[in-house]
Design a protein around this ligand. Structure first.
Ligand SMILES: [Zn+2]
Length: 61
């Protein structure tokens, strides 16, 4: 009675699709704040965030 459909695992693979570049270090940086004064470092920094994985970085000017 009734057919049992085989469970397909494909969500895991698709989750990681598109972020392979990030894993290789090729992030898609987008500048979030330009020349913001970082109190910690006492310098002007530019904050960027990766559009794909959400990783952030700060660059000293
Ligand atoms: Zn990334």
């Amino acid at each position: 009675m009734g057919d049992v459909l085989p469970f397909k695992k494909k969500s895991l693979k698709e989750k990681h699709k598109g972020s392979s570049l990030c894993r290789d270090g090729f992030h898609k940086w987008k500048v979030v704040t330009k020349q913001q004064f970082d109190v910690k470092q006492g310098k002007l920094v530019t904050k960027s965030q990766c559009l794909r994985c959400g990783k952030t970085k700060t660059e000293l000017l």
